[in-house]
Design a protein around this ligand. Structure first.
Ligand code: 13P
Length: 233
């Protein structure tokens, strides 16, 4: 089965590394669906030169006002951007992005035919059976066309820490979420796992048949690790 691999570059890659990265990744052969989410300043370079699909890391959902320093869905669409991360924990923590904003962004992206990659996850001291349905209910309120959303389960304590749940736990939680979304929202979701994935653990994670792919952060701009990771899928 084809897997989805999303690379979230965050603030990585300097300009003098950019074209080497694009060239090296263009030499990687894979049948899987790869989506790169680079910094906004590199979106055009990736769109014009990369063999893979391109997503953005964030956009402004507002269509009524023009905001300084922001990017609209219309601009993304005009460049050919197909995907966007939404609801990443770092935006909730650092920019105080609320569930209402995440809900608005989902609606704005889907209205513009941009596929959302919706991040969600619980922290170490939270009960996932209580926390995850709460998050998903708020994020998905009044959202149409939920089948176009790619879900990305990222436990907060696993983001950038090297500490991740074991594969039994990942399987248990993703099974729970799939059942919840199927039952409540009548959708058969694709769900990725994200948080401290690397070339050493990716096979274990992707061997869990219900995991549809991975979302990779810090290592996704490390070209050697990207080559190793894709070769293992
Ligand atoms: P790491 O892969 O660095 O843990 O980050 C996960 C993440 O934030 C992907 O969006």
């Amino acid at each position: 089965m084809k897997k989805i691999v999303v690379f979230n570059h965050k603030m990585s890659l300097l300009y003098d590394e950019l074209y080497n990265y694009i060239e090296r990744t263009n030499n990687i052969d894979t049948d899987n669906d790869i989506i790169i989410c680079p910094s906004n300043i590199y979106l055009e370079a990736f769109i014009n030169n990369s063999q893979w699909s391109i997503g953005c890391q964030n956009f402004n959902q507002n269509t009524d006002f023009k905001h300084t320093g922001e990017i609209s869905t219309d601009q993304l669409k005009s460049l050919g951007i197909e995907y966007s991360l939404i609801g990443h924990y770092e935006r909730i923590r650092d920019f105080k992005e609320s569930a209402i904003t995440i809900n608005d962004k989902l609606i704005a992206a889907l209205d513009s035919n941009i596929f959302p990659i919706l991040c969600f996850g619980e922290d170490i001291d939270e009960n996932y059976r209580e926390e995850l349905p709460k998050q998903l209910d708020k994020y998905l309120k009044d959202v149409q066309n939920i089948e176009f959303i790619i879900f990305a389960y990222e436990p907060i304590y696993a983001i950038g820490t090297g500490t991740l749940p074991n594969k039994e736990k990942i399987k248990e939680i993703i099974t729970f979420i799939k059942e919840y979304l199927e039952e409540k929202f009548k959708t058969k979701p694709r769900i990725l796992y994200g948080g401290s994935v690397d070339s050493g653990n990716i096979e274990d994670i992707l061997n869990i048949d219900i995991v549809d792919g991975i979302l990779l952060g810090d290592l996704s701009s490390n070209i050697k690790e990207v080559e190793r990771i894709i070769n293992k899928i």
